[in-house]
Write a protein that binds this ligand. Sequence first.
Ligand code: SAM
Ligand code: SF4
Ligand code: SF4
Length: 372
Amino acid sequence: MLTQVIPLRPWSEAAPIAAPSPAVEPEDIGPPIDSLGRSLRELRISVIDRCNFRCVYCMPKATYGRDHAFLSRDKLLGFDEIERAAAAFIALGVRKIRLTGGEPLLRSGIEQLIARLAALRTPEGHPVDLAMTTNGSLLGRKAEGLHAAGLDRLTVSLDAISDAVFRRMNDVDYPVARVLDGLEAARRAGFGPIKINMVVKRGVNDGEIVPMARWFRERLGPAVVLRFIEYMDVGTSNRWRMDEVLPSAELIELLQTHFPLDEVSSLDRSSTARRFRYRDGLGEVGVIASVTAPFCGGCRRARLSADGQLHTCLFSSRGHDLRPWLSAAAGASLRASIATAWRARTDRYSELRNSTPPQGAPPRIEMHYIGG
Ligand code: SAM
Ligand code: SF4
Ligand code: SF4
């Protein structure tokens, strides 16, 4: 029997949306399907909104200067709350969890959180796939502990192989060699294959596409998978412009002239990347065409911000506040709140980007807060 749940308040209200206070019996809360027929399968958890880089497309220095007010420590979800949230999402169908940020390795005790999440089980008794996206700067000393704690997979963000270009992209003069050392430490610790994410901004680091591909395929082959990501209009502080996006189709054409590629067909409907194998067997590359070929139809991903807001789209303006339901006592109410928010979901921002430019909409949430 399905009991009535209290509907969400409309998006137009200024304050964050308080998650509903549903009167639902635990057995009523099954895996939710959103209003466009999409189930809930993946969760990204931002564990901190701070970062030691100032990537020009994510946290430009003009906005994120020395006096920028990040979330204070007491506003960050504690590990008990994150674990409870993760357990509730798993009960509702989530099978992949990715830790992100800000820079997730800046969160102290992250290894303990990983161990707690790795111990969670699906209703069928299986662990979930546990991954992390990091800028790699702290991997040199952290990789072994992350692996030992139960982290399954790593994605390292790296936007150039040229030291000068990389320093310009991270804008804190961070040397590429230290990220590469971190990557090596991760491989030694047992991670693999490791994904490398490169955001391409036309006119800024597009000259690095071929050098990056060459460097990784020749030195590491199938041990890493390089993925090129279209520069997106997440948040507003990066002052995104369409002419700074290099379409993935153009990028693949360019790569093909240097390294013959064959497309790998994917059976995973919610996969965001198109994959291509080097014909000479030296591994594969991927492209994530979030701007020019959106994949909202298969988007089964929720995001939890570092202060407990549930976002059902990367481009949302505000979240559903789960904090009231994250205490030990909340139990089924937490699951019901998440399920209610998911069922009401209509998000398909990227599919609408070109047809209906937002007018007078509140500013979109920034990437470092919501988690990439
Ligand atoms: N700090 C970590 C890192 O950089 O890997 C994790 C958080 S970061 C927000 C997650 C991912 O989002 C990174 O791979 C980053 O390159 C990507 N990202 C950030 N802003 C972006 C944008 N405007 N367009 C496309 N990708 C972006
Ligand atoms: Fe930091 Fe990651 Fe954003 Fe770069 S992309 S500023 S490393 S959060
Ligand atoms: Fe999912 Fe929103 Fe991105 Fe579409 S725009 S794929 S709904 S996160």
